[in-house]
Design a protein. Structure first.
Lengths: 191, 154
């Protein structure tokens, strides 16, 4: 099988500043750079969920923002909304909600989503009005651009840019294969 | 060191305007040759550059797109895709500047997909030519810009 051999590698390791599931020391790591208004990211969302479910504790799965603002007018505010929800402990709930409601990303809808998720609406709106999380989103854009993100979604399997098909089996195989190579073990024939 | 000076050119940047490379002296210039307005890969690539414009601004770099499309086509494409950097028309004589930079594709009748970094003194600092269907992203240019800025700061 094909072992990802992209020369593009993640330049900023996943750390406590990121949103991630699983633990930082997990054997396998999947990083997504995504855009809430991007139809391909939306299509990838159930795939990521499936990979996360199947690998469970073996996987650390992180999400970073890469809003393509020129093509997607609501993407930046949606990313800010996810971060504002994160400040109230609901990043992943908002993350999933935004992808499920991709046709409702105008500012009014974002506030409605926040209320549905039980967030403090005044704090949420204040964070958006003050653009409190723009610096963090810019950091994500900067690390993504330097790591070879050329569109969304871009995935990194164990820090190597993933260029294969976006289905759970292929992504899991790529995660396992790169982990084996990185561990110094020769890939098993036909494995 | 064999410094290769970027050959100067002047091309239409809109229905009533032109831009010459030499006018951009004093700052790094990123020339983005691409095959065609509206094509999916070109749209993704140029939207990406627009998205991370603040990264190019960090280095004071000017981004310039070049294809063989006409000025009205460029105008509609830029407006539709929200692109704010200049798109130059290498339209008449067709592909003249692309040929000057050795990236014209005779069989396809369009410019290839290529990136050039011109330093503030007009010297070609770095280049990358990729396949038509490949989006080169921005990591190569940003690394090259980092190098240019670091060396000029010495």
């Amino acid at each position: 099988m094909a072992i990802p051999t992209s020369t593009h590698v993640l330049t900023a390791p996943v750390s406590e500043r990121d949103h991630f599931s699983g633990s930082l020391g997990a054997r396998l790591q999947l990083v997504e750079y995504g855009d809430y208004e991007c139809p391909f990211c939306r299509a990838a969302q159930p795939v990521v969920e499936e990979v996360t479910r199947r690998l469970d504790q073996e996987l650390c799965c992180a999400y970073r923002h890469f809003p393509i603002v020129s093509a997607h007018p609501h993407a930046l505010h949606a990313a800010e909304a996810a971060e504002a929800a994160g400040a109230q402990g609901k990043f992943w709930a908002m993350h999933a909600w935004l992808f499920e409601h991709q046709d409702q990303l105008d500012d009014e809808s974002l506030v409605y989503h926040a209320m549905r998720l039980g967030l403090d609406p005044r704090r949420f709106v204040g964070d958006l009005v003050e653009h409190r999380f723009i610096p963090k989103i810019r950091e994500d854009l900067a690390t993504g651009a330097r790591s070879g993100v050329n569109g969304t979604p871009t995935f990194f399997v164990n820090s190597i840019r993933y260029e294969g098909p976006r289905d759970p089996e292929s992504i899991i195989m790529a995660l396992e294969a790169t982990a084996r190579v990185q561990a110094g073990a020769a890939p098993s024939p036909g494995g | 060191m064999n410094a290769e000076l970027a050959s100067d050119f002047r091309l239409p940047s809109g229905p009533d305007s032109t831009l010459a490379l030499s006018e951009l002296r004093g700052r790094p210039v990123v020339l983005v040759f691409y095959p065609a307005d509206w094509s999916p890969v070109c749209s993704d690539q140029l939207s990406l550059y627009e998205t991370i414009r603040s990264e190019f601004d960090t280095y004071g770099a000017q981004l310039v797109g070049i294809s063989v499309d006409g000025v009205w086509c460029h105008k509609a494409f830029a407006e539709n895709r929200g692109l704010s950097f200049p798109l130059l028309s290498d339209f008449e004589p067709k592909g003249a500047v692309s040929r000057q930079y050795d990236v014209y594709r005779e069989h396809d009748g369009c410019s290839g997909r290529a990136l050039f970094l011109i330093d503030p003194t007009g010297v070609i600092e770095w280049r990358e030519v990729v396949e038509l269907d490949e989006n080169p992203g921005a990591d190569g240019i940003l690394r090259a810009l980092e190098g240019t800025t670091a060396s000029s700061g010495r």
